[in-house]
Design a protein around this ligand. Structure first.
Ligand SMILES: [Zn+2]
Length: 198
């Protein structure tokens, strides 16, 4: 069991498209197992490989699907995501706020697709697929974005973008080399409260 440090906004690997996985071997399966351990220690709902400094198209998730009323835990490798049209208008700060383990302590509202289809491979190279809605669809979009080098704060509407820019400066989330270690460093989102980060 290895818990990896989570890198913070400004680390270059977060801001470039991740590489496709070509070898479905034991090394990959160890990496995926480490990602599940790191996710659990971070109290998050999703974790993408670039967040532990690995520029590969892999993410893991472990969260309640409120719409289907099941807990979903799994991995997507080399995923392709197709989402429904994102509705116009302003995001609801209560119902549509998002956070990210690579942007510690902050959250901002953001509109997302209500429904997504996601196809990819698991750690054994088997084809897998999910069709999900609501909060869980948001998690899938957030993690998929990570593999394209996009973080949710890069998508904010102007009002929230201005707030993010201020916070980014104040927190120093604009330089490489910053990370935190889940389970060792203080939980940046105060685990036990209502927020869920991914
Ligand atoms: Zn994230």
């Amino acid at each position: 069991m290895t818990i990896h440090p989570i890198v913070v906004y400004g680390e270059p690997v977060l801001h470039r498209a991740a590489d496709r996985v070509t070898e479905f071997d034991d090394e990959l399966r160890t990496l995926v197992a480490d990602m599940f351990d790191t996710l659990a220690a971070s109290n998050g709902v999703g974790l993408a490989a670039p967040q532990i400094g690995v520029g590969k198209q892999i993410f893991v998730y472990d969260a309640e699907d409120d719409v289907a009323q099941v807990r979903r835990r799994g991995v997507f490798i080399n995923p392709v995501l197709v989402g429904s049209k994102v509705s116009d208008g302003r995001p609801d700060p209560d119902a549509e706020s998002e956070g990210c383990l690579s942007v510690p302590t902050l959250d901002f509202p953001l509109k997302r697709s209500e429904k997504v289809t996601i196809n990819g491979k698991d750690e054994n190279g088997e084809t897998i697929s999910l069709v999900v809605e609501g909060w869980f669809a948001r998690i899938m979009q957030h993690e998929y974005d990570h593999l394209q080098g996009t973080l949710y704060v890069d998508r904010l509407q102007d009002k929230w973008k201005r707030r993010w820019k201020r916070e980014q400066k104040a927190e120093g989330y604009n330089v490489p080399g910053v990370s935190w270690l889940p389970g060792t460093d203080p939980d940046p989102f105060g685990h036990g409260e209502d927020d869920e980060e991914d």
